[in-house]
Design a protein around this ligand. Sequence first.
Ligand SMILES: NC(=O)c1ccc[n+]([C@@H]2O[C@H](COP(=O)([O-])OP(=O)(O)OC[C@H]3O[C@@H](n4cnc5c(N)ncnc54)[C@H](OP(=O)(O)O)[C@@H]3O)[C@@H](O)[C@H]2O)c1
Length: 297
Amino acid sequence: MNGIHWHVLGVGAIGCLFASTLHRAGLPTTLLLRSPGMEPSLPVRVDRDGCSSVTELPVSAAPEAGQITHLLVTTKAQDVCAAVQSVAHRLDSSSQVLLLANGLGFAGELQDALPVPEYFHGTTTEGAYRLGERHICHAGRGFTRIGRPGHATPPAWFGPWSEAVQPGAWDPDIEQALWLKLAINCAINPLTALHRCRNGELLQPPMAATLEELCGEIMAVSAAAGYAAITNDLPRQVAAVIHATADNRSSMLQDVLAGRGSEIEYITGHLLRVAEHYGVAATRNAALYRSIVNRAK
Ligand SMILES: NC(=O)c1ccc[n+]([C@@H]2O[C@H](COP(=O)([O-])OP(=O)(O)OC[C@H]3O[C@@H](n4cnc5c(N)ncnc54)[C@H](OP(=O)(O)O)[C@@H]3O)[C@@H](O)[C@H]2O)c1
């Protein structure tokens, strides 16, 4: 369709969800695997509302040749740079790369390492988790924002994308949306990982007082970085997310419990780098960051 062919890099929960969504909408979509396999295509199974659907998707291994025109990156934040670099030989200046991982900071690292393609940014509140290899549960419907800093209007591929990925929108202020998501993640994720608790428990003592302190520091850093307007109601925004996800275990808690690397470096780690840049104190967030990083060692 109009030369648009999506390759999806990071075939986990969000990767499977978006790959099957794009394919089902009629957009040519290929799963990008780390290494070559025997099969030309593989099934992706999505469970939703008690029903299960299977989509057969073509696969390609990262080391293969063949230009990638449209790359959707759905790895965790800490894997984005290595993953995109593994397909660098397939990207050129016309390649469109959409980064959908949570957190901030990896895009700058990637742009420094690989300035050639055009980068786009996204954030989604869709919820999915893995049940097996390429088998996921689409647990919560959400909204997907896409944008490119400094670009008020979307590129040509966004038309077919937005017909497939609903609800969603092109966001001319995507940096604001990414920062707000970071601010909320900074408040919720590391604290749940430290206390090994579900999101809802953060509103009870003694965590509630820590949450308030964290929010205060995050608002101060946000204001210094030019995001005062979107975070001046942060405690209420955080409480609303906690209420809506009270029974959930945050992704950072799940990573810590499973002994996997977490996204802390691109969530609280990024906040601390911005705090340092502007000379804003963030001691409570720094202590939380150290607790999570030291526990992982
Ligand atoms: N799940 C959600 O509900 C949700 C919602 C909103 C945002 N997000 C964000 O979306 C991103 C992805 O989350 P997720 O839950 O989908 O994570 P996930 O299930 O762990 O999927 C990440 C995938 O990336 C693969 N990967 C890692 N390094 C790679 C590389 N170098 N080359 C190719 N593939 C590589 C992983 O493979 P291996 O497993 O083999 O390492 C895994 O299949 C995260 O930033 C997350 O915070 C998730």
